[in-house]
Ligand binder design. Structure first.
Ligand code: NAD
Ligand code: LMR
Length: 342
């Protein structure tokens, strides 16, 4: 199967404003945290999707209603509605096929994603409880950090509510793939649209492991290049946090990376060749959750591709061993948080 999203995206003109055709499908999407730095550009990109009939924007910030009004003037097929305040949360989720959770606080210079834990886990837990009550069959796309813990939290909440489907819960790590594809193309003078590098592990520091040896098109790297690129990708979030100097973390590249949503919608619509990397429940390692390439289908994860973890270089094998204890601890921290509150 072809794995290059970028290539397919170009062919299919994903996100292209010229792509104003009648919707081939009519999926309902809810974005929780829609008034935020990611939520706003993400909502704009989703408004351009021909696969979306209804876009529900929810935020505790009241101006989300204005954001919905603003977007609703774009002459693309979907209808946009804004919802604010906890009393409107349930209505923002009724009948929804995909829920994107991007609510929460962002890192300031000097903070890790893990530092966001104490505030964001409470927000995420409340939102996922509402998802379980109002649209238990929806796909959940978790953007809120720390993804390594918020995804296990979402799983526990759904389990407690008796509606957990591991195939429908995704931690969004697409930004790591977007970054490595960009950096490799720059370093190797390749056409960026052709480059495809899988990223496995998690979404924080050393848990982010780009498998440079699996780069397509096949390209060779020196040991120094591998180290430099790996460290840059692991710290790319920080690069943006520091450059924004207290004004937040990556928002525009993250919204772009939510091409994952468009991929999910295409898969729901019956496209059988959709692959993306994502942090999902998996048994490709001894950890309960792990990011790797997955095949998306009509019911969410159709298959987790384990073959890319074979034939790793010595550098990648060591990095994989090193990331596991940290990733395991983050997963357990999330699970414990929910279980303690039960
Ligand atoms: P932001 O502060 O600009 O926006 C967050 C939004 O969430 C705000 O509009 C806020 O009002 C809203 N919010 C807060 N509590 C809420 C609640 N209980 N219900 C609904 N809405 C609520 O932040 P941002 O830059 O958009 O980032 C959002 C999250 O995404 C952060 O946790 C950030 O770390 C994470 N992030 C993840 C990735 C990734 O690759 N997965 C990349 C970038 C950022
Ligand atoms: C990113 O990768 O940019 C985000 O996870 C935000 C962060 O805190 O680094």
């Amino acid at each position: 199967p072809r794995h290059s999203f970028a290539h397919r995206a170009q062919k299919q003109k994903v996100w292209s404003p010229q792509y104003r055709v009648q919707p081939q499908a009519s999926f309902k999407v809810a974005i929780l945290g829609a008034a935020g730095g990611i939520g706003q550009p993400l909502s704009l990109l989703i408004k351009m999707s021909p696969l979306v009939s209804t876009l529900y924007l929810y935020d505790i910030a009241a101006h989300v209603k204005g954001i919905a009004a603003d977007l609703s003037h774009c002459n693309t097929p979907s209808q946009v509605l804004g919802f604010t305040g906890t009393s409107q949360l349930a209505n923002s989720l009724k009948g929804v096929d995909v829920v994107v959770i991007t609510a929460g606080v962002t890192a300031k210079p000097g903070m890790t994603r893990g530092d966001l834990f104490s505030i964001n886990v409470i927000i995420v837990k409340t939102l996922v409880e509402a998802v379980a009550d109002n649209c238990p069959g929806a796909l959940i796309h978790m953007i809120s950090n720390p993804v390594n813990s918020t995804v296990p939290i979402a799983a526990e909440v759904m389990k407690q509510k008796g509606v957990y489907d591991p195939k429908k819960l995704f931690g969004i790590t697409t930004l790591d793939v977007v970054r490595v594809n960009t950096f490799v193309a720059q370093k190797k003078n390749l056409k960026v649209v052709d480059v495809d590098v899988p990223v496995v592990g998690g979404h924080d520091g050393i848990t982010i492991l780009p498998l440079l040896s699996k780069t397509r098109p096949s390209v060779s790297f020196t040991d120094e290049e591998v180290l430099e690129l790996t460290v840059r990708i692991q710290n790319a979030g920080l690069e943006v946090v520091e450059a924004k100097a207290g004004a937040g973390s990556a928002t525009l590249s993250m919204a772009y990376a939510a091409r994952f949503l468009e991929s999910s919608l295409r898969a729901l619509d019956g496209d059988e060749s959709v692959y993306e990397c994502s942090f999902v429940q998996s048994d490709v390692t001894d950890l309960p959750f792990f990011a790797s390439r997955v095949k998306l289908g009509k019911k969410g994860v159709e298959a987790v591709i384990s073959s890319e973890l074979q034939g790793l270089t010595e550098f990648e094998q060591k990095a994989l061993l090193a990331l596991k204890p940290e990733l395991k601890a983050s997963i357990e921290k999330g699970v414990t948080f929910v279980q303690k509150q039960a």
